[in-house]
Design a protein around this ligand. Structure first.
Ligand code: MN
Length: 164
């Protein structure tokens, strides 16, 4: 009986918590979802110090000493992009929505689409962002964070962004 009571209590608490969560849920626009079927919340705006245009960043995995990995999702609105930057231990991008661009310094700009997986080698200057007319969302994975996460450089100019 004691055990049954405990189970009922757990159920009740679960139900109440979830019920309150649903009741408090903001309308679509304010809840941070980019679209009705977006995988992750939009998160918060990426700072203009590091990004051109409107960018939304949501953390998924906080860096810690056990996994030494940081992961998150970034939504770039059309024409938005990161500054030039590099990662001491490299970076993996997994495109989950839209069409965007990625460029490694000295190489041609590449078009990346939903489903593409991109590896940015360690200590290599590059940028990533939306394409001119379409937004792009990618998950980023930063491995071996004990080596560092990111070194930011100058913004990607409009000419660099539009170069074929
Ligand atoms: Mn990067």
């Amino acid at each position: 009986m004691e055990l049954l009571n405990m189970r009922l209590n757990v159920l009740l608490v679960t139900f109440l918590t979830f019920g309150v969560f649903l009741a408090c849920k903001a309308p679509e626009e304010e809840s941070g979802r980019s679209t009705a079927n977006a995988i992750f919340p939009k998160g918060s705006k990426g700072p203009s110090q590091f990004f051109t245009g409107t960018v939304w960043v949501t953390g998924l995995v906080d860096n810690d000493s056990i996994f030494t990995t940081s992961a998150g999702s970034v939504l770039f609105e059309p024409s938005a992009r990161s500054n030039w930057h590099s990662h001491p231990a490299g970076q993996i991008l997994i495109v989950t929505e839209g069409v965007g661009y990625h460029q490694i310094k000295g190489k041609r700009k590449e078009v990346i689409r939903k489903g593409d997986v991109v590896k940015c080698p360690p200590n290599t200057s590059h940028w990533h962002g939306a394409s001119k007319d379409s937004s792009m969302t990618h998950i980023y994975l930063l491995p071996n964070t004990e080596k560092g996460m990111v070194k930011w450089m100058e913004p990607v100019s409009d000419q660099e962004f539009l170069n074929e």
